[in-house]
Design a protein around this ligand. Structure first.
Ligand code: HEC
Length: 138
């Protein structure tokens, strides 16, 4: 009997885990963000969406999708309008101005773009959207 109870406890635990993951994963529209990333999101929504898409995983009117950009890339682009050495830009051109007043916002921006990223081709239907445990239904 004791064995059975332990098994059931384990299942309860597993179910709770899966449930919380489903909750977290299905809400991936940028809501489950760390406080730092939330700050970055505010900056992004105030400044960057003038040219980049409101959803950073998608291309914008002028700027490309930048979700998942490394901190190094963000810093080079935003503070110096440059690219890290050896980096191949997603778009040619120099339309993006230097925004060096955002020097203390690079970390929040990097956190935000890392947590929503990476920008994938056709991000809308990315396979990661499939909730775990959804496989066998009755
Ligand atoms: C005035 C329009 C404009 C604004 C505002 C802007 N960008 Fe851009 N951004 C662009 C354009 C256009 C490009 C493509 C290269 C170019 O023409 O400079 C780009 C490229 C980039 C890239 C490089 C993408 C790659 O992988 O090649 C990053 C990173 C980036 N922007 C981050 C930001 C962030 C972060 C902000 C807000 C703080 C921002 N941009 C605000 C227009 C803008």
């Amino acid at each position: 009997m004791r064995r059975r109870r332990a098994t059931r406890a384990r299942w309860t635990c597993l179910t709770a885990l899966v449930a919380s993951c489903v909750a977290a994963c299905s809400d991936s529209g940028g809501r489950q963000l760390s406080p730092l990333a939330q700050e970055g999101r505010r900056v992004y929504q105030n400044v960057c969406i003038a040219c980049h898409n409101g959803d950073p995983t998608q291309d914008g009117s002028a700027g490309p999708a930048i979700a998942g950009s490394s901190r190094e890339l963000i810093e080079a682009r935003v503070l110096r309008a440059e690219y890290p050495p050896g980096y191949t830009p997603k778009r040619p051109g120099r339309a993006m101005p230097r925004l060096d007043y955002l020097a203390d916002k690079i970390d929040p921006l990097a956190a935000y773009l890392a947590e929503v990223g990476p920008a994938s081709a056709g991000a809308a239907g990315a396979p990661a959207a499939k909730p775990p445990g959804a496989a066998p239904t009755e």
